[in-house]
Write a protein that binds this ligand. Structure first.
Ligand SMILES: Cc1ncc(COP(=O)(O)O)c(C=O)c1O
Length: 472
């Protein structure tokens, strides 16, 4: 019996009649892999996913996986929402495309914008549609520049972000990103970005040895604003739970202090909710946990459960008011062919309708609590140094010495072993560097599926412990 067969599995949605070898060959010879090493791809080290249902996926060989990552944090509603497919089909037949700007609009983009502002924190009453998270953050950069320029502060162009942040792969968004590997081969990045320490409790250099967070990391924002000169700083951006940076949740008090500092120096505060938006943390937007209102929220992924490319920036009314008072003839010379694409927006509208009807934000809060209860038990593993996250997000950090929080030598690549061992047991987790795995299961996950995920993870950790012991 294979490791996969050891678990009860729902049946595959349909039999697969694929020429798997041919597909794998075409992939290897024609595609340039992204976020995969060239050598791994050339060696055929990739999985061809062919079908999905609920929280499950199947690969071309017929192996089933419980998707612990919701695709890449986007497929919150799981893989078989026929209502979204029907809405998309109907919109495609009625009007497959028209513009969401240039003096045009379409019903799905109008209705989705209204629905988004209804769910957004008070004051965030304007929506700019884009095609994904990177474009959302590019838009944030340009909105902030126009906003300050119109107010006569031309020099306010610097952005401040966290040193472990991920904000996207396009040039501006990658510049905001703090993770070094996103800059490594592409420098010089935009020069007007400063990075400050992430409130990373497990390895905090400011207050890690103290019993509670002192918010010294938030005070770093003030320090850097003063170093740069407040007249040059446009915005601060952070993810309420860092995704690519390690599943690190930021404390509510952190954002409260950040909000006060931003207000003091006329700096815009931006919450990047590309992963955390749309219920993932048990609130519609994760910044609600902090009870503060940002000036902009960037979103994508869960906005239409990843069924089609879509993103949006939610803007505070104060920004729009400034735009409205612009000299006659001023426009926002920004936008994309696909801004407000009617088919992508129809998928978004249906997604939000399902979320409201099935009360999925509350469901995610309940499943998130169960998920973290179970994960807390896995903390007893000798190799699990930290378990963190919020709602249906989680990061696990592996260490060789728990007391000293000593990482394994990077070449051990524990996270890679865990990812592969989890796949053998029918569970998808994402590795972030050599020591961390990240999970973000679908919002629709049931109690029983949370149990199955945790069981597969537990078995994976047991195998990893044995592998490490054998290596020592
Ligand atoms: C927090 C955050 N911001 C922005 C992005 C970029 O989004 P996209 O890949 O849709 O461009 C991501 C992607 O994972 C993200 O996690």
């Amino acid at each position: 019996m294979s490791q996969q067969q050891a678990y009860a599995q729902p049946p595959a949605p349909r039999p697969f009649e694929l020429d798997v070898e041919k597909l794998r060959d075409l992939e290897r010879h024609n595609k340039l892999p992204v976020f995969t090493t060239f050598q791994d791809h050339a060696d055929g080290d990739f999985t061809v996913i062919v079908a999905g249902k609920g929280v499950y996926l199947w690969d071309a060989e017929g192996n089933q996986y419980l998707d612990g990552c919701s695709g890449i944090g986007n497929v919150g509603l799981g893989y078989d929402q026929t209502e979204i497919a029907d809405a998309v089909h109907a919109q495609m037949k009625t009007l497959p495309f028209h513009l969401g700007g240039w003096n045009f609009s379409t019903p799905p983009s109008i209705e989705l914008a209204a629905k988004l502002t209804q769910h957004a924190p008070d004051g965030l009453n304007r929506v700019i549609f884009v095609s994904g998270g990177s474009e959302a953050n590019e838009t944030v950069i340009k909105v902030s520049r126009l906003y300050f320029r119109l107010r006569g502060f031309e020099k306010k162009t610097t952005a401040i972000a966290l040193d472990r942040s991920y904000h996207g792969a396009t040039y501006g968004a990658a510049s905001l990103t703090g993770l070094p590997h996103m800059h490594e081969h592409f420098e010089p990045m935009l020069s007007k970005v400063r990075h400050i320490p992430t409130p990373y409790r497990y390895r905090c250099e400011q207050c890690g040895t103290q019993p509670a967070c002192t918010l010294a990391c938030a005070d770093m924002l003030e320090k850097v604003i003063l170093e740069e000169g407040p007249e040059t700083v446009a915005f601060f951006i952070a993810e309420p739970v860092l995704g690519g940076g390690g599943g690190i949740p930021l404390p509510p008090e952190y954002f409260q202090r950040i909000r006060a500092i931003c207000d003091k120096y006329d700096v815009l505060m931006v919450s990047d909710e590309v992963i955390t938006g749309f219920g993932r943390t048990g609130k519609m937007f994760a910044i609600e946990h902090a009870g503060v209102t940002p000036d902009m929220i960037s979103t994508a992924k869960g906005i239409n459960s990843g069924y089609l490319p879509l993103g949006a920036v939610l803007l505070h009314e104060k920004i729009y008011d400034t735009f409205l008072q612009a000299p006659e003839g001023t426009d926002f010379s920004h936008g994309y062919t696909n801004s407000g694409h009617p088919v992508c927006c129809a998928a978004g509208l249906k997604t939000l309708e399902i979320m409201e009807r099935d009360q999925l934000v509350d469901h995610a809060a309940r499943m998130g609590a169960l998920f973290h209860e179970g994960l807390a038990e896995l903390h007893s593993s000798p190799i699990v140094g930290d378990v963190r996250g919020l709602g249906l997000t989680a990061g696990l950090e592996f260490v060789q010495n728990k007391e000293m929080r000593e990482p394994f030598p990077p070449e051990t690549n524990v996270a890679d072993y865990v990812r592969r061992a989890a796949m053998k047991r029918g569970l998808l987790v994402r590795e972030l560097g050599p020591d961390i795995i990240f999970m973000a299961p679908p919002l629709i996950i049931t109690q029983q599926e949370v149990g199955l995920l945790l069981q597969r993870l537990k078995d994976t950790l047991t195998e990893t412990e044995a592998w490490l012991a054998a290596k020592a």
